[in-house]
Design a protein around this ligand. Structure first.
Ligand SMILES: [Zn+2]
Length: 136
């Protein structure tokens, strides 16, 4: 991945995971570039197909592009940070520690990527009183 492209993706995301909103500055594991439409399925390494992602989200997304909506059981596309607006598909709970899926896309993505997994949930709980979460 060319350095210039990597920097573009990182800066565009303000160094936050574009799925769970974890911040790379508070993660022990390095973040990386994620192909929204996987290279294994022909996805290109172009800015409009790339997202900045934590290892937890990247690993869980794998080569999936859709997942079942847990409410209906029907397949829904996973959230696309380039074409979908986060706030149309997700909301924070009152304590900013859990992400709530608002739409089939949101619910399928929360479930598939496990956006409220224990370690990110715990980190959010610690960062909120310090004014460091959610990121601006
Ligand atoms: Zn993440």
């Amino acid at each position: 991945m060319p350095e210039r492209l990597r920097n573009l993706v990182l800066q565009r995301a303000h160094n936050c995971c574009e799925y769970c909103f974890s911040q790379a500055d508070y993660s022990p594991a390095p973040f990386g570039i994620e192909h929204i439409f996987p290279t294994a399925k022909g996805g290109a390494s172009e800015p409009e197909n790339l997202a900045w992602s934590c290892q937890g989200c990247n690993g869980r997304k794998h080569t999936f592009t859709d997942a079942p909506d847990p409410y209906t059981g029907f397949l829904a596309p996973l959230f696309n940070p380039r074409t979908d607006k986060w706030e149309e598909h997700f909301a924070w709970d009152e304590e900013f520690s859990q992400i709530i899926g608002l739409s089939p896309i949101g619910r399928a993505t929360v479930e598939c990527l496990d956006l409220n997994r224990k370690e990110v949930f715990n980190l959010r709980k610690l960062l909120v009183p310090l004014g460091l979460h959610p990121p601006r």
